[in-house]
Design a binder for this molecule. Structure first.
Ligand code: BTN
Length: 275
């Protein structure tokens, strides 16, 4: 990425246009050297009327945000940090499915282009060999029970070596390079992701969730029949996963045999199989 960074953000935005094969996603791109959070900037642009598909990318984030109030480590030269403005017509309760779309697209790109065995951990973390390689943060602005606009932010670890991660992440995070990809070219990868993502987005809005959920389930084998510990904000629950329902909620069967429907939260860990 040294050479890519040397070129400057305007040039990277232009280079992205050369690789893009989308209709809308990324056709308007603002690429910055450094921002607080691309999600914040994209939300501001969305509120000012930016069109669907507007993309905000930064080489570095000072205050990159993750889910659950965590920070997203965003140093220059190692990862991609970007946010897309969407204006879906559906109701708020399907916001989780919008992040499923992004996770499916990321997984397909990593499998097809990087030849790495990416999987999804509910709700939308992308993993390679048990370590997280990409995370998604979706933030919606509502209009009644509908969505006025949705900003979907993605942090994607590309070139980190183990030593590049802070101590608390080292055992849990990976990057494409650390997982074995030899030459990581971020701009063609981003262009391809936007293309696959846009195809899923259009298919979802025309045909509904069936094929999306089928793909998501295929890429998330641990969401069925695996022991997990899940936090949903109020409690921590241990049980066996029983798949996801049509709104993207995770079903977890507790020791008492009751199935809990978890709409928001995250799988904290996979547990050793119990008898
Ligand atoms: C997670 O916790 O897994 C979600 C991480 C999302 C990080 C990305 S980086 C680009 C965008 N801007 C942010 O501040 N966060 C998201």
């Amino acid at each position: 990425m040294g050479e890519e960074l040397a070129a400057g953000p305007e040039q990277r935005a232009r280079s992205l246009q050369e690789f893009l094969r989308t209709r809308v996603f990324g056709r308007k791109t603002c690429w910055h050297l450094q921002v607080g959070s691309t999600n914040d900037l994209a939300a501001r642009l969305a509120a000012e009327g930016a069109p669907e598909g507007t993309l905000v990318v930064a080489d570095q984030q000072e205050m990159g945000r993750g889910r659950g109030g965590r920070q997203w480590y965003s140093p220059p030269g190692l990862g991609l940090y970007f946010s897309l403005v969407l204006r879906p017509r559906e109701y708020a309760r399907i916001v989780p499915l919008q992040t499923f779309l992004t996770a499916v697209a990321l997984t397909e790109v990593i499998r097809a282009r990087c030849r790495l065995a990416a999987t999804i951990r509910w709700p939308n973390d992308v993993f390679i060999e048990g370590r997280k390689v990409a995370g998604i943060l979706a933030e919606a602005r509502m209009l009644g029970s509908g969505i006025r606009n949705l900003v979907v932010g993605v942090g994607w670890n590309l070139r980190h070596r183990a030593a590049d991660f802070p101590d608390d992440l080292r055992g849990r995070a990976t990057s494409l390079a650390a997982a074995g990809m030899e030459e990581v070219n971020s701009i063609p990868l981003l262009a391809y992701l936007l293309e696959v993502w846009e195809n899923w987005y259009e298919r979802f809005s025309k045909e509904g969730a069936d094929s999306l959920l089928e793909a998501w389930r295929r890429y998330s084998p641990e969401s069925t029949g695996h022991w997990v510990r899940v936090a949903d904000g109020k409690r921590i629950l241990t049980g066996k996963t029983r798949g996801v329902d049509s709104e993207g909620a995770l079903l977890v069967e507790g020791d008492d045999g009751c199935v809990n429907r978890i709409r928001f939260g995250e799988v904290q860990s996979m547990l050793e199989v119990r008898s």
